[in-house]
Design a binder for this molecule. Structure first.
Ligand code: PRX
Length: 640
C-alpha cells in the first residue's frame, strides 16, 4: 500500500491506485484502516483499528487505544503549518456581509468560546446544544465543544419548541447557543424565543444552565437574568488560547438526532477517532481534495452532511470552506451561482432538490454566470434522476466537471457509495460503487446474500470507521433498529439494485421514513403529533413522489366526527409537534384506514391511492374491510 494514500489534501488518486485501495481495504483491513488513521494527528496513535462486532450486544469499536482531539486536528496542526491560509469564508444573505477567517483567527475564536464554556462549568462528556443558522459561530461552537470534550448536539432551526424540548431533554444539554433572530430570505425566525419556550416545556427535566445568544440580526430579545448571556460579551472576556482536552477515540464527538420508522427521534452517537478518520478519508477521496480547493457544501450544519462536509472533513484536511447563510434564489434567482463566482468555489456539494429547483428556472440564469472555478460537483440526500444529473453536469459544470452522487446516512458518518471523482466512472442516476472498505451487500427477504446482479435490502457486512457507535442512552434500541432485521449485518433501511459489474442504484427506503427534499421524516413522528389533536381517532402519513421535493408527505386522518373536522388543525398539530418543515402537501379526511384483519394499517395501499397510482393494488382479500379501498379512492378524488 502506498503512503500516497494517506497524504492529507495532496493525493490525487488514479483509478488504478483507487482499485488498489479497494483491494487492500478488503484483504488487509486492519492495516488499511490503521494507515488511514494517520491522516489525523494523534496524541497517542492507536495500535488497533477495529474490534467491532455486529452480533450479540453489538459493539462499534474503532481505534480504541488512541487519543486525540478533533479541534486540534481541524485547527492547531494547520495553524502550525499555514496559519494565514483561509479556513472559512462566510457570506451573509444581505449584500456586502462577508468575513474571511484564516486558520489562526478561527483557532483564536474557537479557543475564546471554549474558554467561555469551561468557565460556565461545561465538563468533558456534557452535552451542549447548538441552535444557530449558517453563521461562522455555528462552526466555531462545534469546534469549541470538541476542544473541551463536550458533546455537541446541533439542532435544526426549523424544529418547533416541542421538537427542541424533546431533544434537549433526551441529551440533557447543559448549555445552549442560539441566535437572537435568524433570517431566511425575507422571513425572520424567532430562534431565542422558540428556545425559551422549549426550555420551559422541558420543565424539571431541563438541565440547561445557560443560554448564549449570538447576535445574528442584532435585534433585542428577552434575556433571563443569570441564565442568558450575550455571546459577544462572554467571548470578549476570554483568552485566545485554550488547551485541548485529551479524548479517547471512542469518546463521543457529537450526537445528532434523526428520524426512524418508529417512535421519537434517535440521538446517534458519533465517535471522535473513527468519525474524524472517516470524515478526512472520504472528503479527500470522494472529492479529490487539493490544497487550494475552495469547498462549498451547502448543507445546514444541523444535518449530518453539514457536520462532515461543512466542518470536519474539509477542516481536518486543512481545506478552505465557504459558508453561505442564504437561500439559493433569494433575493433573486442565481444567488448561489454568484456565491460560487465571487469566491472561486472549486467543489460544490448540494442536494438534488436544489438542482431540480435550479432546472426550473430559465437557463439564462445559470448561463449568465461564469462558474469557471468549478472542478467537482456533488449531490447527496436523495436519488438524482439521470435528467437532473445531466443538467447539473452540462449547465453548472459546463460539461467539464466530475459529478459525484453520494449515498450515505446520518448513521454512516460520511459517504459510503459513490463514483469517487477521477477514480470511478459515474453512471448518471446510480450511486455507483462502495468506497474502499465499505462491504456493501444485498440481502433477500430471507436474509441471504444475493450475488451478482439483483435487488434487495442494502446492508453492510463489516463496520467502517465512520459508523455511529450507538443511540444516546439506548444501546438496545440501536441494536434492535439496525442489527436485528438481518442478523450479523448493519441494515441501512434502504433497498438497492446492483448491476453485474457492481454498480449500485438506490431504490429508496423500505421502512416508514419519508425523504422530503433530503430531510428524513419518520411517519410515526407525524402520526404522534397528529394524535395530540383529540378530534382525531387515528391517522397515517405516507410519502408520495413529488416533482420538486423528491417525496412529499400526505396524511390520511380519521376524525372523531365527520363533517365538522377542520384539516387545518392537523397542520397546526404537525407544526407544533415537529416543525413547519414537516407540514404535509395534502390532508385527506377519511372514514377509516385500510387495515388487515389483525388491525395493521396497509400503507402500501395508502401510498398508491395518494399517488393516484391505481394499477396493481394487489390482493385486497386480506383487508378487514375490502370496500374501504374504493371509498378511499373516491374520497381522495373528491378532496383534490
Ligand atoms: O434513503 C437514503 C437517502 O437518505 C437516507 C439518509 O438520510 P439522512 O440520514 O438524513 O442523511 C442524508 C445525508 C447523508 C438514506 O437512507 N439518501 C441519502 N443519499 C442518497 C439517498 N438516496 C439515494 N441517493 C443518495 N445519494
Amino acid at each position: 500500500m502506498s503512503e500516497a494514500f494517506v497524504t492529507p489534501g495532496e493525493a490525487t488518486l488514479s483509478a488504478g491506485q483507487y482499485d488498489d485501495m479497494v483491494r487492500s481495504a478488503h484483504s488487509q483491513t486492519e492495516a488499511f484502516w490503521l494507515q488511514q488513521s494517520r491522516r489525523l494527528t494523534w496524541q497517542t496513535p492507536p495500535s488497533q483499528a477495529s474490534r467491532s462486532d455486529f452480533l450479540n450486544d453489538v459493539r462499534i469499536d474503532w481505534y480504541a487505544d488512541g487519543f486525540l482531539n478533533a479541534s486540534e486536528n481541524c485547527l492547531d496542526r494547520h495553524v502550525a503549518t499555514h496559519p494565514d491560509k483561509t479556513a472559512l469564508i462566510w457570506e451573509g444573505q444581505d449584500d456586502g456581509q462577508r468575513e474571511v477567517l484564516s486558520y489562526r483567527v478561527l483557532h483564536a475564536r474557537v479557543c475564546r468560546l471554549a474558554n467561555v464554556l469551561r468557565r460556565l462549568g461545561v465538563k468533558k462528556g456534557d452535552c451542549v446544544a447548538i441552535h444557530l443558522p449558517m453563521v461562522a459561530e455555528g462552526i466555531i461552537a462545534m469546534l469549541a465543544c470538541a476542544r473541551i470534550g463536550a458533546i455537541h448536539v446541533v439542532l435544526f432551526g426549523g424544529f418547533s419548541a416541542e421538537g427542541l424540548a424533546e431533544r434537549l431533554t433526551d441529551s440533557a444539554a447543559v448549555v445552549v447557543l442560539t441566535a437572537d433572530v435568524a433570517r431566511r430570505g425575507d422571513k425572520r425566525i424567532p430562534s431565542k424565543t422558540t428556545m425559551d419556550d422549549a426550555i420551559t416545556r422541558c420543565g424539571a427535566a431541563s438541565r440547561v444552565r445557560h443560554v448564549l445568544v449570538v447576535p445574528v440580526t442584532g435585534v433585542s430579545v428577552p434575556m433571563q437574568a443569570g441564565r442568558d448571556l450575550r455571546y459577544e460579551d462572554e467571548v470578549a472576556r476570554e483568552a485566545e488560547e485554550c488547551p485541548a482536552e485529551r479524548m479517547n477515540a471512542q469518546d463521543p464527538l457529537f450526537l445528532l438526532y434523526t428520524s426512524g420508522s418508529t417512535g421519537r427521534p434517535k440521538g446517534l452517537v458519533h465517535s471522535t477517532g473513527g468519525y474524524l478518520t472517516w470524515a478526512a478519508f472520504t472528503h479527500a477521496v470522494v472529492f479529490d481534495h487539493k490544497a487550494d480547493d475552495i469547498f462549498w457544501c451547502t448543507a445546514d450544519t444541523s444535518w449530518i452532511t453539514g457536520h462532515t462536509y461543512v466542518v470536519y472533513g474539509p477542516l481536518a484536511n486543512g481545506g478552505t470552506i465557504v459558508v453561505y447563510e442564504g437561500l439559493p434564489s433569494w433575493p433573486e434567482p442565481g444567488r448561489w451561482w454568484d456565491v460560487i463566482d465571487r469566491n472561486g468555489v472549486t467543489v460544490f456539494y448540494t442536494s438534488p432538490t436544489v438542482v431540480r429547483a435550479a432546472m426550473r428556472e430559465d437557463d439564462t440564469v445559470v448561463r449568465s454566470r461564469s462558474l469557471k472555478s468549478l472542478r467537482i460537483l456533488g449531490t447527496v440526500g436523495e436519488p438524482i434522476s439521470p435528467e437532473a444529473w445531466h443538467w447539473f453536469h452540462d449547465e453548472v459544470g459546463k460539461g467539464r466537471c466530475a459529478v459525484v452522487d453520494t449515498w450515505w446516512q446520518t448513521e454512516t458518518g460520511g459517504v459510503m457509495i459513490t463514483a469517487a471523482a477521477g477514480c470511478v466512472v459515474p453512471r448518471p442516476g446510480a450511486a455507483s460503487r462502495p468506497l474502499p472498505g465499505v462491504e456493501a451487500v444485498l440481502l433477500d427477504a430471507q436474509g441471504t446474500e444475493i450475488t451478482g446482479a439483483g435487488e434487495g435490502l442494502l446492508c453492510m457486512a463489516r463496520s467502517w470507521p465512520g459508523q455511529a457507535m450507538s443511540i444516546w442512552q439506548d444501546h438496545d434500541r440501536f441494536r434492535q433498529t439496525y442489527f436485528t432485521t438481518c442478523p450479523g449485518y448493519y441494515f441501512t433501511g434502504d433497498g438497492a439494485r446492483r448491476e453485474e459489474d457492481g454498480y449500485y442504484w438506490i431504490t429508496g427506503r423500505v421502512d416508514d421514513v419519508v425523504n422530503v427534499s433530503g430531510h428524513r421524516i419518520g411517519t410515526a413522528e407525524i402520526e404522534d403529533a397528529v394524535a395530540t389533536d383529540h378530534e382525531v381517532v387515528e391517522s397515517a402519513a405516507v410519502g408520495i413522489p413529488h416533482d420538486l421535493k423528491g417525496q412529499g408527505l400526505v396524511v390520511f386522518v380519521v376524525p372523531r366526527e365527520q363533517g365538522v373536522f377542520d384539516p387545518e388543525a392537523v397542520n397546526r398539530a404537525i407544526a407544533a409537534g415537529v416543525g413547519r418543515y414537516a407540514v404535509p402537501e395534502k390532508i385527506y379526511v377519511v372514514r377509516d384506514l385500510p387495515k388487515t384483519r389483525s388491525g395493521k394499517i396497509v400503507r402500501r395501499l395508502l401510498r398508491k391511492i395518494a399517488a393516484h397510482d391505481l394499477e396493481g393494488l394487489g390482493d385486497l382479500s386480506t383487508l378487514a374491510d375490502p370496500e374501504i379501498v374504493d371509498e378511499l379512492i373516491a374520497t381522495v378524488k373528491a378532496q383534490e
